[in-house]
Design a protein around this ligand. Sequence first.
Ligand code: NDP
Length: 792
Amino acid sequence: MGVIKDILRTMDYGPSPESTEHVGVWLEEHKSGFGHFINGAFTKPGDLFDVFNPARGERIARVSQGSAKDIDAAVAAARKAQPKWAALSGFERSKHIYALARHVQKRERFLSVLETIDNGKPIRESRDIDIPLVARHFYHHAGWASLIESELPGTKPVGVCGQIIPWNFPLLMLAWKIAPALAAGNTIVLKPAEFTPLTALAFAAICVETGLPPGVVNIVTGDGATGAALVAHAGVDKIAFTGSTEVGRAIRKATAGTGKKLSLELGGKSPFIVFEDADLDSAVEGVVDAIWFNQGQVCCAGSRLLVAEGAADALYAKLRARMANLTIGDPLDKSTDVGAIVAPVQLERIRRLMRQGEEEGLEFFRANDSLPDRGCFYPPTLVTGVDPASVLAREEIFGPVLVATTFRTPDEAVALANNTRYGLAASVWTENVNRALEVAARIKAGVVWINSTNMFDAAAGFGGYRESGFGREGGREGLSEYRIADEPKGKPNSSRPLRLNASPGVGPARNVVDEGPDRTAKLYVGGKQARPDSGYSYAVLDPAGREVGLAGLGNRKDIRNAVEAAAKASSWGAATAHNRAQVLYYVAENLAARADEFTRRLSAMTGASARAAKAEVDASIRRAFVYAGYADKFDGAVHATRSRFVTLAMNEPWGVMGILCPDEAPLLAFVSLVMPAIAMGNCVVAVPSASYPLSATDFYSVLDTSDVPAGVVNIVTGEANVLAKTLAEHDGVDAVWYVGDIEGAAQVEALSAGNLKATWTSAATTDWAKAEGREFLRRATQVKNIWTPYGE
Ligand code: NDP
């Protein structure tokens, strides 16, 4: 009896290794090397690179290095297969995806062991978390395949998707990418990470086994160069990427102007906030799951512990005691808590960051320094007293290292939590439900877990704010990343140079200030009319070349002022949806009251017939009414995820949006773009049609008389692509919508890489009479999923 009691106290069990027999046989069968999986078959192994078991430092396989030619062959196969795959009924696609789920489930043990050998993660995690979630993803999306036509009407598949995944959850990331893409009718070329390609190759074998049509899923192994070739391939319609922010940024630039759809799931430095009234024992278990799960190699790891000053000593003491009970070692042992780091280079990165922390004089605690004598291991580490400016508080360490800081008030906790360029996830611990929900609402992150952490489910969206990327994976939110509007493409918008007669370098500069009565429409910034910083204006000409007015020639300083004014008006986003609806109705009403004036202006400016101009004004009034109506109806959702959890999907505004309007339908396009953005709580800096800006400048008085708070709508006239440059580069702008020419669209996408702002661009003509609806609202928001547990 004494012995059992001792065992329970020390939890010191004997070794319990998982068998590797079946995986060993499979690896032996492929010892001469793995080829790629293209068009339903494995290619002959080509140039090979070694794949290691990081826990033992031993080579376990050799895998082909994908060349541009291999990518070409895979894209061609995917292209050929796509129309047939998309033409299958939803039911047929559903059966294929269901078969993948069933076969993954049948091979759970094999896949778990292979994942653990390849990645170094504890078998407990691959067996109980990764692989079951893989199956769950395929099951969930098997359902979507048969529902998609009715649930996402007016959309069609994107086409061929290039998908690039990291090494931290190799098969799970594959499932997050492949399952929704297949359900939505796309075909795929996927590149797994160089360190961990094996479960993707095993999955390829499952695709053969289940009879998935050739070419629907293609897998090309290789390194970053293989990924870059996939990104650059002209035959790819969408790139979905998970990995580092640095590579995400490079991919944003590489895809700029190509028309490729893009979703990025990038890094994080997620806060784990513990208030004084939290259940500290639960919080300690939460920390274990937040930062020592998968050795901390988790994009949403709760790597920054923010703890209320009064609870800090007690929490640290409990944490240190708990750390002493973590078992580090052979990942195949079922009692191992902390396995191996994926590769020596990653281990060295962690060590380098720790050395930097040591140089800063930070306090380190490691309970267990006795590591296996071979393989890549790093002990769980707690670093306390970390200044928010420290490199350890800012950089994604991607290792089992928790950095802790204290706070005094909830406001300070929120400020510290948001003091990062990332915004992937957060975890909030308190027994006070009001505080939990308030903090969850104020944190800028795509996922917030209350009294819990690292919860995932196929039915809930996952993805980041800010430099953690854009787009969601999972559930309905993720599915729309793999569909596009089913409508004929417009003709390319021609670039229409501004007919300036007062701009430096184009005719004599005419300073309007010197010109007697001032007919120049000014800019509209912070609720006031403002002269352009340049002091210059340009002539607005009708189609016959006659001057119908002058507009201010805005420059980058004006854009910066407007962004500042928009940021100051952020309380608009916190106003009730009902309040916003009232204001928008008022805008519509005031526009209607001045319909004749707007009609005359449009006619004079664009040469449109009185009838056509009236039709545009009427459509603009109707559109403003539509978005007033939508303001309190674009609800979020409650996702059906885990039992005893309410998972709230909240549609939140981006914050500050830049909106560049086209020359077509100068009033209607302006209203169609600005109204949904502000209906959702954004503050905007709008650049109206450069050629026909006067309907927008007439709009100032509509805004003034409609109780639109100062700074919610700012309008800067001038050369669209010059002003777009400043908006796309500006770190204070969270999203940019651009409608214009192809060069301008490419410029916006490339420059948005700075702070990874979301962009929505179009360089084609649009039927503005129809440009309305939920897609505009979806694009005006980002979804935050808040996981709230219930029950004692
Ligand atoms: P990367 O971002 O380099 O790798 C992610 C994937 O992108 C891999 O498949 C990689 O190939 C591929 N890739 C690399 N360069 C390019 C390129 N130029 N174009 C297209 N694809 C490319 O992450 P790392 O593996 O290098 O990890 C570095 C750091 O990134 C980590 O320490 C961590 O901070 C962060 N990270 C974040 C992840 C997340 O989930 N958010 C996941 C992984 C890492 P290859 O495997 O051959 O390099």
